[in-house]
Design a binder for this molecule. Structure first.
Ligand code: 1HN
Length: 345
């Protein structure tokens, strides 16, 4: 049993005044705020954002604010536990929905946080990362690792919308977040590495003496391949949920240092109750519909919608139809800090 700790009120007023004057405070009345017993007490609340609601608001932003005045035309998905305007969906994950209209460009910059795009709607959009042109097709996952130049463009003729996930809250907390701006980048005139060097899983460019392997060898993960792989996993999974982690094809490690991405396929009526995890998570629905209960709150989700869960949440998914989701989480960060944990339900 944890002992009951003394309170501030128990201390004489003149002593409390003297402490304030000296710029110090007693730890014991505040100890449980920062070290609660047994498990964290998250500020984060479960969130849910229907695409049907966000889409017209985002298109309206396209009428109201030219991209030149926004640099990035984004609506930020705020954690309900922190209130609208909070630049985070969970403790460590920032999520926004970005709109680019035909012919528009978003200028190059690079920054300390890492970003990932999941494409929600539209054809013809692309991101250029360090000179590599990465086409954006629905469901694709596109990396913009910290420190890499990136700009966006649009060759198509309908609005393009994508979800941005960044480890921004962490960098803000560390007072380590900043950007450097520049002009649009020159593009190498060749398809991206997912279509050339890493076209087939299990194969990588031949090593030679002195071969330098890029830290981020493949920055686009086409959805068509993810879906095909999930279907085969589901077919031979004996009813186990089909889940695939996005990994670096050279190292097998998570694609980024802090954020991880896991694609999941649920069959019609399939129920899944994962263990409670020390990670916080955001789920983006690629296709399908269903319900998820997060710590007793039931969320009815649909295609292109997004919902979130705090750390150690009790999560129960049930698909109404065949569904595909991508989970954005912070397991890589927690493994690096050596505290990632799962607790059985
Ligand atoms: C950013 O660089 C992008 O490059 C999008 O598209 C959203 C949110 C906060 C900080 C940087 C982008 C961002 C961002």
């Amino acid at each position: 049993m944890a002992p009951k700790l003394g309170t501030l009120e128990e201390l004489p007023q003149d002593y409390r005044d003297a402490l304030s004057e000296a710029g110090v405070a007693p730890l014991w009345p505040m100890m449980r705020n920062v070290l609660p017993h047994d498990a964290p007490r998250p500020v984060t609340r479960p969130g849910h954002w229907d695409f049907e609601k966000l889409r017209p608001l985002l298109l309206k932003a396209g009428e109201l604010t030219p991209v030149e005045k926004a640099e990035r035309r984004v609506l930020v998905l705020s954690d309900p536990g922190r209130g609208t305007g909070a630049m985070q969906a969970t403790s460590s994950i920032y999520i926004g929905m970005q709109l680019l209209l035909p012919g528009e460009t978003a200028p190059a910059h690079k920054h300390t946080p890492s970003a990932v795009r999941i494409i929600v709607e539209g054809k013809g959009g692309y991101t250029v990362v360090d000179g590599e042109k990465l086409p954006m097709e629905e469901g694709d996952l596109v990396l913009t690792p910290g420190g890499e130049w990136h700009d966006h463009g649009h060759d198509g003729n309908e609005p393009v919308i994508w979800l941005d996930a960044l480890d921004l809250p962490l960098f803000v907390y560390l007072e380590g977040s900043y950007a450097i701006e520049s002009e649009l980048q020159a593009q190498r005139n060749r398809p991206d590495a997912s279509q050339v060097e890493y076209r087939a899983s299990g194969l990588a460019p031949a090593r030679r003496a002195g071969t330098q392997i890029r830290r981020y060898p493949m920055m686009r993960y086409p959805w068509s391949r993810t879906e095909e792989a999930l279907r085969e996993m589901a077919r031979y999974g004996d009813g186990e949920v089909a889940e695939l982690d996005y990994v670096n094809p050279e190292t097998g490690e998570d694609v980024l240092p802090t954020m991880g991405f896991t694609a999941m396929m649920l069959a019609e009526s399939q129920k899944v109750s994962p263990p409670r995890r020390s990670t916080s998570a955001v789920f983006h629905v690629i296709r399908g519909s269903g319900t998820t209960t997060v710590d007793g709150e039931t969320i009815a989700w649909k295609a292109k919608g997004t919902f979130s869960a705090p750390v150690f949440a009790a999560i129960d998914h049930q698909a109404a139809e065949e569904s595909f989701l991508v989970q954005i989480h912070d397991r890589p960060l927690q493994e690096r800090l050596r505290y990632y944990e799962e607790r059985p339900r």
